[in-house]
Design a protein around this ligand. Sequence first.
Ligand code: NCD
Length: 461
Amino acid sequence: MQDLRHVTSINDLTVDEIETIFSEAAKYLRELRDPQLPHRISRSIADGAGCILATLFYEPSTRTRLSFESAMLRLGGKSISSADPATSSAAKGESLADTVRVASNYADVLVIRHPRDGAAKLAATYASVPVVNAGDGAHEHPTQTLCDLFTLLQEGKNLKHLNIAISGDLKGSRTIHSFVYALARFGANIMLMPAKGMELPEHVDWRLRHELNCYAVPRAHYEKDNASVDVLYMTADKPHQLSLISDVEIKLRKNIDAMYVTRFQKERWDESSQDYPTIDQRFLKDKKFSKTSLLHPLPRVGELDIALDSDRRAAYFRQAAFGVPIRMALVALVLGLNRDRTLQKYPGGFRAEEHLIYDQPSNVGIGCANKNCIVHDPLDGKYARNRFQLVDVHRLRCFYCETDIADFVVGNKKSRHYDTDVSRLEEALRRERDVVFFSNAAGAEAAGYSLPKRRRKTAGA
Ligand code: NCD
């Protein structure tokens, strides 16, 4: 079980593994384009034939589900599908955990799409075969990112120092969250153009800055003529090496290599959008867009003018087509179909630095701050734990949806004291597990915890 390689986040894959996926996908792409291969079933995979892929989709999909199924068929395997929660046991009230436990006996790999953030991680903790995240709420969509990066490479771009602008609903778009992590890891410079009120979530921004070595350049220092760019993240070559701002100005004035557009994710918002940015020929007529590859994960619903379809810069239909070879490569690697190329035997991927994991009962203390996290689902939440990773001492990261909590206090279950100074927490957690987290002092006091005498004095001083 330990050896299973799930892909719930793009950060589950190392850069080397992502590059292996690209080289395998390029091989499959050549085969798919080969007129000598009439049935377009890969000849390089000997034993895909015995394998079954199951798609368990709890949200609408066209491209992702069909391209996964097509990928498995083209590898010579079979696929089975639960495409509509209304016609599966979910309609009878079956939990995701039970479904994946059962489906693990019917297939060799489970591909899951779900409206709740962190659903893929929950599924991975119950499945006995590899789980691939095909989009979980607003959390991540790692296989879309593989298609996006592969498209950029196929369009002749270099990921290192790539200048890429990202426009639209940066808060609700899971594709963007996986994408910016990967772009940062490959050394791209990322310009954000969020629709009003749809900026990147705080925890994604924090990870870019603090874990992925991205330096955020204040707007005043660049693109004085383009007020729509909100934040620019420059990836420094070395940790803490601040980019030279004059360099930034020169680079950006010159050229925008790629532009990524997304739709308003209406299913993740209570209100409708206003002033949602539209990209059309007029927008792209500026010289700096003359060589820009235009990407969109699709579906588009008005934010990308159809008049652009015949424009040589439009790469979005090619991007959708790459979904098949990319997913062939990923599935073959996850299943170990090609003996020469496998994913490493242990999970971990980019998360090489092991964060301490902390579990607390779901009815005590702090819970995940993200209301759409699977832990808050009335049914599936019962199968989740109140589980956090301790990141950078002062941050708790939900194990499932990876939303961070930066403000909390820590109580000791034995002494029934709490402390607002969490700096010794890591040590305490390593020593003994008697800690419990609360959102604030009031929460701790309401649960019957008090400040120790020595701290009361300081607090009162
Ligand atoms: C994306 C998704 O589902 O997040 N679609 C896709 O998989 N290509 C993007 C979207 O729905 O806007």
